[in-house]
Design a protein around this ligand. Structure first.
Ligand SMILES: [Zn+2]
Ligand SMILES: [Zn+2]
Length: 434
């Protein structure tokens, strides 16, 4: 299967999805710097008659988490402007507002289908080995140290070909909205798009992901059991003093952080739920005879239900503030990333299964441990569900050369036309009200 293509010379790049995937694979961009990717896909969809919202119309800048430093964001912007970024859409994205929401409307009103596709790559150095197809066939990352190692290049590529097919043979009623989100990795992008209202009017939301250890030709119609998480940074501020001459005048930030660590790891269990807490890093202080006036802590919470994770996170914040109070400190707590869980709705799963059957794809059961720990598409799913819509996170099989998030990761491109066929069938069924 996978090796069949390798035996031949490079395949002719006839399909839009393969052409786009290879171009995006060569030009990977990390979260909130996806200027080239986002502006080009916006341009392609606009040319096909889609309505485009981008910049602050597509996300709430203050709700973004973990935005890279200004210098990095600005350098990526200039690079995109010089390497084929679409000037019609780039200016609105300046400063890292790289979300795109594209909507296609049929002549008559009808059901509203939403599809999520993520734009970002990972800070990984891609393999240059001859055995790695992108290296061998000339589409290895040209941005050293950044790589599409999760398959998001394939997600965008499928969306563009889907748009072409809908333009060629438009459904008579309904609408399709593509939620093209930045910064999926780290759980930082979708949460900033939800407050912009981009998921509010969607009746059926499907979030597809390629790979996930599913072989080419198979579909997982739902993927449940992902853990919610929240990632926090806490900075304790105290008062420095001589540790021997005037210890009573000091306020040790490190003592506060140490006490907080014990309190965090002493959190109660939640019967019937999987939960985790971890302090992964503490640093602070300068010398053995100076009371340390600053300490920084990185920590996370996880749970198998969003509400449980929120409860746990609230208790952790209380513990951090309590420890600070005990030692006369101030503490700043910052959420630097986080995702929630979401459950699939049966009607959404049934739509995906009908589309898969119509396209000759085999539906398989996927488990969280098959290869995905969390995905912030759950923020969109929850919003759609709150508003009375239905949703599912699905897997599109693609036999992988190496696991997700590794330097030799590579999609089986034969999965791309199958994924497009599935999505097209899904659009036509949903818009027809089936
Ligand atoms: Zn990933
Ligand atoms: Zn991913």
């Amino acid at each position: 299967m996978h090796d069949d293509h390798d035996a031949k010379a490079p395949r002719p790049l006839t399909s839009t999805a393969v052409r786009w995937r290879r171009d995006l694979h060569r030009h990977p961009e990390v979260g909130f710097t996806e200027f080239r990717t986002a502006s080009r896909v916006a341009g392609a969809l606009a040319d096909l008659g889609w309505e485009i919202r981008t910049g602050t119309d597509a996300l709430s800048p203050g709700d973004r988490l973990g935005v890279p430093a200004d210098a990095e964001v600005d350098a990526a912007y200039r690079r995109a402007a010089a390497s084929g970024g679409d000037q019609r859409f780039l200016p609105a994205m300046e400063g890292g507002n790289t979300a795109v929401v594209a909507t296609w409307r049929a002549a008559a009103p009808g059901p509203a289908l939403g599809l999520r596709a993520d734009l970002d790559a990972l800070p990984i150095r891609e393999s240059a080995d001859e055995g790695h197809r992108p290296a061998r066939e000339g589409f290895r990352s040209v941005y050293e140290g950044v790589m599409h190692a999760c398959g998001h290049d394939g997600h965008i590529a499928m969306a563009v070909e889907l748009a072409e097919r809908l333009a060629a043979d438009p459904p008579p009623a309904g609408s399709v909205t593509l939620l093209l989100q930045p910064a999926e990795e780290g759980g930082r992008g979708a949460r900033a798009m939800v407050p912009a209202g981009v998921a509010d009017d969607i009746d059926v939301l499907i979030a597809p992901h390629l790979g996930l250890n599913l072989p080419t030709g198979t579909i997982a119609s739902s993927l449940d059991g992902l853990l919610a998480n929240s990632k926090l940074r806490a900075v304790f501020h105290g008062v420095a003093s001589h540790a021997s001459l005037a210890p009573h005048e000091g306020r040790s930030a490190l003592l506060g952080a140490a006490a907080a660590t014990l309190a965090v790891h002493g959190m109660p269990r939640f019967p019937g739920h999987e939960t985790r807490v971890a302090v992964g890093r503490i640093s602070g202080g300068t010398s053995s005879n100076i009371v340390p006036d600053r300490a920084e802590m990185l920590l996370e919470t996880r749970a198998d239900e969003g509400a449980v994770n929120e409860d746990l996170q609230a208790r952790v914040r209380t513990a951090l503030r309590g420890a600070a109070e005990t030692y006369g400190l101030a503490v700043d707590i910052e959420l630097i990333g986080g995702v929630t869980t979401a459950r699939a709705d049966r009607p959404a799963v049934a739509l995906v299964e009908a589309a898969a059957a119509a396209e000759g794809l085999r539906v398989v059961r996927a488990r969280a441990e098959d290869g995905v720990a969390s995905d912030d598409a759950t923020a969109f799913m929850r919003r759609v569900q709150e508003r009375g819509g239905v949703a599912s996170y699905i897997g599109i099989g693609s036999t992988l050369a190496a696991p997700h998030h590794t330097p030799s990761f590579d999609l089986d491109e034969a999965a791309l036309p199958l994924g497009v066929a599935l999505l097209e069938s899904l659009v036509r069924r949903t818009l027809a009200g089936e």
